[in-house]
Design a binder for this molecule. Structure first.
Ligand code: FE2
Length: 259
């Protein structure tokens, strides 16, 4: 039923427009605010230098985005970031944007990997949030966290609303739309990595994204931009006939305008 509502056909993302026809379906200005990316220089596996960050931000601006909430990884074993490391890098980036007269508001939150370290941080410190109380989280690609439902409940008892990043990328949920519905029923928002629709992460991830979209289970979409190849994939979506479906879809990003 929802697939009819959103006019979605599974072949849409494959049906790309001709080269040079980039504005046929419009750009990303209807999304306005990107709320998942790795653009703070040198703090994770995203942009490594200020110049990398500027290049990616220029790409986003060129595709119609007007605000960026960038979300460095906080993952204790790999990227032991905290508000101090993230805000220092953000300050450097904001200065560079100002010096170059690039008009793009950028703030930072984080993408928290759910593990024991996260649970300690949740217990003891304020979290970096997308909005007042929304927290972007990711989980293992190998297995669902033990007692994930209880963890989602704990996040909410601390006053936050979890947004699960790229649910389409967790293979153990594939083919199980009820598992995704259950996450939503437990108060978890779901965020599409838009480039999943191109097959960037593989066919099974693409199919899962299409299924979630057709069932109206996504709340937000994000670029998860790390490097220039992600920008190229984002342009591929923009040139695809799936764009009208995305334009009709009630993503909540437009409610995230920065002040
Ligand atoms: Fe990410």
């Amino acid at each position: 039923m929802l697939s009819r509502l959103f006019g979605f056909k599974k072949k849409d993302a494959d049906d790309t427009a001709h080269a040079g026809d980039t504005e046929k379906y419009g750009n990303w200005s209807f999304i306005g605010t990107d709320m998942h990316s790795h653009l703070v220089p040198g703090v994770d596996d995203g942009a490594q230098t200020v110049e990398d960050s500027i290049q990616l931000i220029e790409q986003l601006r060129g595709m119609g985005y007007r605000n960026i909430i960038t979300t460095p990884h906080i993952k204790f074993d790999h990227y032991p970031n905290n508000p101090a490391t993230i805000n220092a890098g953000l300050h450097t980036l904001q200065q560079a944007l100002h010096e170059r007269n690039i008009d793009m508001p950028v703030k930072a939150a984080a993408e928290y990997y759910i593990d024991d370290h996260f649970m300690q941080v949740l217990e003891n410190e304020p979290l970096l949030t997308i909005t007042d109380n929304q927290v972007l989280v990711e989980i293992s690609f190998m297995f669902e966290p033990v007692r994930f439902g209880e963890i989602l409940f704990k996040i909410q008892t601390k006053g936050y609303k979890p947004i699960l990043a790229h649910p389409e990328r967790y293979a153990y949920y594939h083919g199980n739309i009820e598992a995704y519905r259950e996450l939503k029923e437990r108060g978890c928002y779901l965020q599409l990595n838009t480039i999943a629709l191109t097959g960037y992460y593989g066919r099974s991830v693409k199919l899962a994204a299409e299924d979630l979209l057709a069932n109206g289970l996504y709340d937000y979409c994000g670029t998860d931009m790390h490097h220039i190849r992600h920008a190229e994939a984002l342009r591929k979506v923009m040139q695809s006939s799936i764009m009208p479906t995305l334009q009709r879809y009630p993503f909540l990003n437009s409610k995230l305008e920065l002040v």
